[in-house]
Write a protein that binds this ligand. Structure first.
Ligand code: F3S
Length: 406
């Protein structure tokens, strides 16, 4: 790899032990992927924040970098942690776990990492522009940033994202290169989609077909007439989960789509394909479900406003977690949405989510509108899952069926 004089100085330890370690990680990564040089990054997002995933070894690694003088050189935020940093007691988090999680957060803070813990950093001030090179690690956020924002990020691991933060660089390979961003397969969507769970079903249907294709080509999607930000964060999360995709182009929706002609090889996705994908994510009975969660990926303020509208004057009959970023929760506080939601008995779980929190064994079945949450709730926590449209998830939490509410 060709390194600049500054990068060589970092590697030689002239800027401290932590920067040296970080540059060693990036050079090793770049060598594996045949990168010719590094590119400067403007933004970093670090996953692997929950102590549930990090464990003692991860905490030790972070502490060593912090003690070694590591400081983020560019805007850097965190993925969700294992608990709401302010409200963990109400969510039933073990105090021993909470103590370790706070040590993790403090280690990041001492390295100048902004401790906003969210998988939708683009809703909380970490918003790269078109064409910017970034190093993000949450898969749904990487897919959203590459596709919807036109920024350029590989799917980083936690250590390589932190290394990018401490050096301001990442190896130039994969999504950073023009040729790797060209679409290789067209998907023609012949279905009218409205709800987030529809888009999650579409992501699963396309993603599973992509897995069967040689070389995992970048998908070019056409046929959708409109999609909201909330729809697209759900779609990006699902496509990344089921297809391992870091980038898609969508005609009329994503900024790079106009640079390309649709590839000749095309696969149709029918309404029945989307319905089938959604049905495959329900294996539990909503009446028996003991856990309800919205916010995978983290909720926008618009979604929280809708939850407040539906919960006004009602009481929940199931454990109901509202997962979002702390700054979004603070807007909800100011608007009075939080008070309405908490009066219903629903709980905010800011900074965390129903997948990274240590809740295995506490519940048996999850109701959600997120195809990604279904995947991890089943795989990581062995919960049954029930996928429903957004409003119906809220109605399930208060014990009302869709028909009763209408
Ligand atoms: Fe975010 Fe957790 Fe879902 S990190 S994308 S809410 S699994």
């Amino acid at each position: 790899m060709r390194l600049s004089s500054v990068e060589r100085a970092m590697l030689a330890g002239e800027q401290g032990r932590a920067t040296q370690k970080a540059m060693e990680i990036l050079v090793a990564l770049g060598t594996i992927y045949d990168a010719e040089h590094m590119v400067p990054v403007t933004s970093v997002q670090i996953a692997g924040v929950s102590y549930d995933n990090l464990g003692e070894a991860g905490l030790h690694f972070l502490t060593q970098l912090q003690v070694g003088g590591g400081k983020a050189r560019v805007l850097t935020t965190l993925n969700p942690a294992g608990m709401d940093v302010e409200n963990w007691q109400k969510l039933g988090i073990d105090p021993g776990f909470a103590g370790k999680q706070l040590q993790v957060i403090h280690a990041f803070a001492r390295m100048n990492v902004i401790t906003t813990c969210t998988c939708t950093p683009y809703l909380s001030g970490n918003v790269p522009h078109f064409g910017e090179h970034i190093a993000w690690s949450e898969s749904s956020a990487v897919c959203y940033a590459n596709s919807m924002l036109g920024a350029r990020s590989n799917r980083e691991g936690g250590p390589s994202a932190l290394a990018a933060a401490l050096t301001g660089r990442t190896p130039a390979y994969g999504m950073h290169l023009d040729e790797e961003r060209r679409p290789g397969i067209t998907f023609v969507v012949e279905a009218d989609l409205v709800e987030n769970d529809d888009y999650g079903g579409l992501g699963k249907a396309i993603g599973e077909r992509m897995q069967a294709l040689e070389g995992k080509p970048v998908p070019y999607i056409r046929g959708l007439k409109q999609a909201s930000l909330e729809n697209m964060k759900s779609f990006a999360a699902s496509l990344a989960t089921y297809g391992g995709a870091a980038l898609f182009h969508m005609k009329g929706v994503t900024p790079e789509a106009g640079q390309f002609s649709p590839p000749g090889e095309a696969i149709s996705i029918s309404a029945a394909d989307v319905v089938k994908a959604k049905l495959e994510l329900t294996d539990g009975d909503p009446l028996q479900a003991d856990f309800v969660s919205l916010g995978c990926p983290h909720l926008s303020i618009k979604e929280i406003a809708r939850i407040a509208e539906l919960l006004e004057g009602k009481q929940v009959v199931k454990e109901f977690w509202i997962t979002t970023a702390r700054p979004t929760k603070q807007i909800a506080d100011r608007m009075g949405y939080s008070q309405v939601i908490e009066a219903s008995g629903a709980k905010f779980a800011a900074d965390t989510c129903c997948v990274v929190a240590p809740i295995k064994g506490r519940f048996s079945a999850l109701v959600t509108d997120s195809a990604k949450a279904c995947y991890y709730a089943a795989g990581k926590n062995q919960f049954q899952t029930i996928l429903k449209p957004f409003d119906e998830v809220v109605l399930t939490a208060i014990g009302e069926s869709h028909q009763e509410a209408a």
